[in-house]
Design a protein around this ligand. Structure first.
Ligand code: DGL
Length: 265
C-alpha cells in the first residue's frame, strides 16, 4: 500500500532540477520531496554515454531501494536523453524524464529557426535527432553546447554572482551559426538554464522566446500521482553525493525551494 509520506524523488547532477521542483510545488504543495543532486558526478555534460548511464542507473537503483519513493523524476536532460529507457527497465516505480522541448518550440517559432542550448552530451544524442525529425520537420534547429552556463547556474544557487559574459558568449555563438540571426525561439535543453532566464533574455534581446520542459514535467508527475494521498512528516530533504564545505554554500538557496534539510547519500 502506498504510504502518504512516500516521497517524490527528483534527481539531477546539480541544482538544475530545482526548476522542475518549483513548478511541482505549485501543483502539489503537500507532496513530500527528496531532491537528489549527484554533485560528485557534476557535470554530466562532459561525460561519456556509458559513464552517465552507469551513474544514473546505479544511483537511482540504490536511492529507490533506500528511500522508497512513489515516483522518480530524472530532472536532467543529459541523463534522460541517455539513460531513461535503461532506468525504466530496471526500476519498478514510474520514472518521469526530461527531454528537450523541441515540439513546443517548433509550434512557437515564426521564423522557422530554433536555437537549442544544452550540454555537450545532450546535443549529440540520437534522442535529440529523433525529436528534431519528428517535430521540427521543415524548421532549422541550431544546437549549441553551453557547459559554462551549468557552472553559472550552480553559482547562482550558492549566492554567487552570475557570469553574464558566459551567458553572452553562448548567445553570440548561437547567433553566429549559419542562419542564427533568424533565431526567434530558444530551447533551454538543460534544466540548469531556466535559472538564468533573465540573463539569457538580456543576452538574446527582444523578440526571442524561451521554452523548457519544467511545467510539462510537473504536470506529468501530478497526473501520474493523481488521487494519491500526500503527507509531509518532516521538512523536505536535499541529498548530495559528495559532502564538503561546498554543500553548505547551497543551504540558503535550497531553503528557498523548501529544502530545509541537507544530507549526504
Ligand atoms: N542539468 C543537467 C541537464 O539538464 C546537466 C548539467 C550537467 O551535469 O552537465 O542536462
Amino acid at each position: 500500500m502506498l504510504e502518504a509520506n512516500a516521497p517524490i524523488l527528483l534527481f539531477d547532477s546539480g541544482v538544475g532540477g530545482l526548476t522542475v521542483l518549483a513548478e511541482l510545488r505549485k501543483l502539489l504543495p503537500d507532496a513530500p520531496v527528496i531532491y537528489a543532486a549527484d554533485n560528485a558526478g557534476l557535470p554530466y555534460g562532459g561525460k561519456t554515454e556509458a559513464q552517465v548511464a552507469a551513474r544514473v542507473a546505479g544511483l537511482l537503483g540504490r536511492m529507490t531501494e533506500r528511500l522508497h519513493p512513489r515516483l522518480a523524476c530524472i530532472a536532467c536532460n543529459t541523463a534522460s536523453t541517455i539513460a531513461l529507457d535503461a532506468v525504466r527497465e530496471v526500476l519498478e516505480i514510474p520514472i518521469v524524464g526530461t527531454v528537450p522541448a523541441i515540439k513546443p518550440a517548433a509550434a512557437m517559432t515564426r521564423s522557422g529557426v530554433i536555437g537549442l542550448l544544452g550540454t555537450e552530451a545532450t546535443i549529440r544524442q540520437g534522442y535529440v535527432d529523433r525529436l528534431e525529425a519528428r517535430f521540427a520537420e521543415g524548421k532549422t534547429l541550431l544546437r549549441l553546447a553551453a557547459p559554462e552556463l551549468v557552472s553559472a547556474a550552480e553559482a547562482r544557487l550558492r549566492g554567487r554572482p552570475v557570469d553574464t559574459e558566459a551567458v553572452m558568449r553562448a548567445a553570440d555563438a548561437l547567433r553566429a551559426m549559419p542562419g542564427g540571426d533568424a533565431i526567434d525561439t530558444v530551447v533551454l535543453a538543460c534544466t540548469h538554464f531556466p535559472l538564468l532566464e533573465g540573463e539569457l533574455a538580456e543576452a538574446f534581446g527582444p523578440g526571442v522566446q524561451f521554452v523548457h520542459g519544467a511545467q510539462g514535467i510537473a504536470r506529468r508527475i501530478a497526473s501520474l500521482t493523481e488521487g494519491q494521498p500526500f503527507r509531509r512528516d518532516q521538512d523536505d530533504l536535499a541529498l548530495f553525493t559528495r559532502d564538503g564545505e561546498a554543500v553548505e554554500a547551497y543551504r540558503q538557496g535550497l531553503a528557498a525551494y523548501g529544502l530545509k534539510r541537507i544530507e549526504t547519500f
